[in-house]
Ligand binder design. Structure first.
Ligand code: ADP
Ligand code: ZN
Length: 751
């Protein structure tokens, strides 16, 4: 057998080899390495990492390296099955036992545990705690316990599971076996509960950053959401995504509308039978259904790494829930989008709901809702606000949210505000937001006419502005404290003292120009024009990517597994860029381990060849004959596929960096993907720029930064040395930015 269970030394070095051989990854993510080192030393460990951060590898790799079986406690049957399938696809021996497994199969699994064949055994908490199972475990050599979704132990959390509180018996019954607890929930109470209830012994706690830089955060006004969603789907053809709604009814109607456009969609809510739900989930995992419209009941069991977008049809109740839900997009690290539709109406219905729901928690819940609302209405970097909520600070704006991409422009809104305030006063402070807009725009509907509002002086005074613009400006006035809402009076708008000062011309108002929805999602200004000349190769890549996806889907269906278990989207993307046509090149792709190479390598290489292959690879490589090295009897141990990266200045590797940049990856993401230093990637990009290729400059330098550097350059006169510029700007910009900026100015001057 290929993967004979030769004993591995429990060192970080073996762990790295396991990562490459079984997972096909070159490096651990920063925190993974520390965590694994701690676990290998046999210490209790708590891992707090956001969804998609890479928790699984933290216990799976030590499980392979350490002697014995790792028992993984996991609350959801679907999740267990997926993880075990993914492990097996990588060539790691794993199994799961829960209520869905028959007794003869359970016996086989038990035998595999006893003879040391299995490295990981997934169980539900109920099964684990059953008497017979505990007795059985005593006979097995155990490497450790991994408690997945460990926040389920805390009654403070939103996923409390009473069975989890029984897990303390593990420490009593198996005092020698280390325990590792993993969760994506980071609050203090939950953390404390995990440590106490599991009786952890001086555990080391690893709290990783909750930032998910690959998620593009967008908030759009809630009007006309259905069309907004349908347009979004048109721009994101074939990409898997989840839409969260509040009600079952909404789920069903929206699903029908999406299906009517010929898109494969399914709905998922608590009103379905378990079988129905299982079927919908399975279809989504297998890419048979592209879109799931769901209430919050959907998601915790979803391990699908290629969800490309998440849409919130309604405002979520709090930021915790919102962040968890958007975290289901882009787990593979490739760019993904989160769109939130926001309307003030949602805030009102949520307020009503929360007030009735749980009286003792009303105040807390309303405060959380307010923070959510502030996020939705913010006019500054959204990621900063999110991370701030979780106690992290981001020193720079993120560049990957709607606000950063299209910073709002401000204008003198005094006259606009006066029109609205005047209508509020003349309507005797009884108008709701919608009625106020109708009055300003001179609408002749029942509500306006029956209240005689067409008679007031400001009727129709704001005819020239569309509804959405007014909607935005009135919200800004609410946020600025010119108006407030009397919830107890049918949500009537009232004027404040500050508002009166504005109305009387004593105080000017600055407003942010309303941005139409599509603009928010588009790339920053100028990006399109810049990358236009290079459009042709992108199509070539996209074509190969599509072909590889189709192949993946066919194989997945044949084998009855979800497609992402075969290769993730990012692995296919890298194949589409690199076009590997031999063993070395294929093994160098991130996500292609030995087992996957043996199983799928040939099929994917053939597909690449059918699309022209990579001629450069044919010239360069010693074993470059297409398909060379595919012989399954090849006795060679996995060769470290480093060759490609050694000569970092060779044209091929710079090209690859450039292609990944054009695919939208950040410098850090490219560096991680290619196992290169960030500075190397920066050098690649600077070289490309110098050669005349276009870069997404705005990703590295904001207009105001460019302006500042330009001023500094002028102050120093002529063409200053980088060092001088660096000092002059008090080390605010690194050399990469400075170099790019100087080249940019040169290009602008046409030099
Ligand atoms: P979590 O359980 O924290 O939500 P996963 O363990 O599912 O996250 O990992 C998310 C994705 O990141 C998976 O596709 C996984 O294969 C990938 N991944 C994890 N660690 C690494 C690594 N060191 N290098 C490259 N990809 C990784
Ligand atoms: Zn931002």
């Amino acid at each position: 057998m290929l993967f004979a269970a030769e004993p591995l030394a429990p060192t970080l070095d073996s762990a790295r080899r396991v990562l490459k051989q079984y997972y096909g990854y070159d490096t651990f993510r920063p925190m993974q390495e520390d965590i694994i080192q701690n676990i290998l030393g046999g210490q209790d460990t708590v891992v707090l990492m956001p969804t998609g951060g890479g928790k699984s590898i933290c216990f799976q790799v030590p499980a392979v390296v350490r002697e014995g079986v790792c028992v993984v406690v996991s609350p959801l049957i679907a999740l267990m099955k997926d993880q075990v399938e993914a492990l097996k696809a990588n060539g790691i021996q794993a199994a799961y036992i829960n209520s869905s497994i028959g007794s003869s199969e359970q016996n086989n699994i038990a035998a595999d545990c006893l003879n040391g064949y299995l490295k990981l055994l997934y169980v539900s908490p109920e099964k684990l705690l059953s008497e017979g199972f505990m007795t059985f475990l005593k006979r097995v050599k155990l490497s450790m316990f991994a408690i997945d979704e460990a926040h389920c132990i805390s009654s403070w959390g939103h996923d409390f599971r009473p069975e989890y509180t029984q897990l303390r018996v593990l420490r009593e019954q198996f005092p020698q076996v280390p325990i590792i607890a993993l969760t994506a929930t980071a609050d203090r109470l939950t953390q404390r509960d995990i440590q106490q209830q599991l009786r952890l012994r001086e555990p080391r706690v690893f709290l990783s950053s909750f930032d998910r830089p690959n998620l593009n955060l967008i908030v759009r006004p809630g009007q006309d959401r259905i069309n907004g969603i349908l347009e979004f789907l048109e721009r994101h053809q074939g990409e898997a995504g989840i839409i969260y709604c509040l009600s079952r009814k909404q789920c069903e109607t929206l699903t029908q509308k999406i299906q009517a456009k010929g898109i494969k969609a399914g709905y998922y809510h608590a009103g379905l039978t378990p079988n129905q739900r299982g079927a919908v989930q399975e279809a989504f995992l297998k890419d048979d259904v592209q879109v799931i419209v769901a209430t919050i009941a959907f998601g915790m069991g979803i391990d699908k790494s290629n969800v490309r977008w998440v849409i919130h049809y309604n405002l979520p109740k709090n930021i915790e829930g919102y962040y968890q839900e958007i975290g289901r997009a882009g787990r593979d690290g490739s760019p993904a989008t989160a769109v939130l539709f926001y309307s003030f109406g949602d805030v009102m219905s949520l307020r009503d709901m929360l007030t009735k729901e749980n009286p003792s928690l009303t105040q807390l819940n309303l405060t959380k809702l307010e923070r959510m609302q502030q996020f939705a209405e913010a006019a500054s970097c959204r990621r900063k606000i999110l991370l701030n909520y979780f106690g992290e600070t981001l020193t720079q704006d993120c560049g990957n949210c709607d606000i950063c991409r299209n910073p709002p422009t401000t204008f003198d809104g005094t006259e606009l505000a006066q029109k609205a305030l005047s209508a509020v006063v003349r309507g005797r402070e009884k108008l709701s937001i919608n009625l106020l807009i109708d009055v300003l725009r001179g609408m002749r509907n029942q509500a306006v006419l029956s209240a005689g509002l067409d008679q007031i002086k400001t009727y129709g005074a704001g005819r020239d502005l569309p509804y959405l613009d007014w909607y935005s400006y009135i919200h800004q006035m609410l946020n600025d404290g010119l108006l407030y809402i009397a919830y107890e009076e049918g949500y009537a708008l009232k004027i404040t003292d500050l508002g009166r000062q504005v109305l009387q011309g004593q105080r000017p108002v600055s407003m942010k120009k309303f941005q139409p929805a599509e603009k928010a999602e588009k790339a920053p200004r100028g990006r399109k024009a810049q990358s236009a000349p290079a459009a042709a190769p992108a199509t070539r890549e996209a074509q190969l990517f599509e072909a590889l996806r189709t192949l993946r889907k066919r194989i997945a269906d044949e084998q009855g597994v979800p497609p992402y278990v075969i290769f993730t989207d990012s692995t296919l993307q890298e194949m589409a860029v690199e076009r590997p046509v031999n063993r070395t090149a294929m093994l160098a792709i991130s996500g292609v381990g030995m087992k996957k190479f043996e199983t799928y390598g040939e099929a994917f290489i053939r597909e690449v060849l059918a699309h022209g292959g990579n001629p450069a690879a044919l010239d360069e490589d010693e074993d470059a004959a297409p398909l060379a090295g595919l012989d399954p009897d090849d006795p060679g141990a996995p060769r470290a596929p480093r060759k490609r990266e050694v000569n970092t200045e060779a044209g091929g590797t710079i090209d690859t960096t450039y292609q990944l940049h054009r695919l939208g990856l950040s410098v850090e993401a490219i560096a991680e993907r290619r196992a290169l230093a960030v500075s190397t990637v920066q050098t690649h990009l600077t070289n490309c720029y110098a050669k005349g290729l276009d870069l997404r400059i705005e990703e590295f330098l904001k207009p105001e930064e460019l302006a500042e550097i330009q001023t500094a350059q002028a102050q120093l006169g002529g063409s200053p040395m980088l060092r001088d510029l660096f000092d002059h700007l008090r080390e605010k910009y690194d050399y990469f930015k400075l170099r790019l900026a100087l080249m940019y100015f040169k290009k602008l001057r046409g030099e």
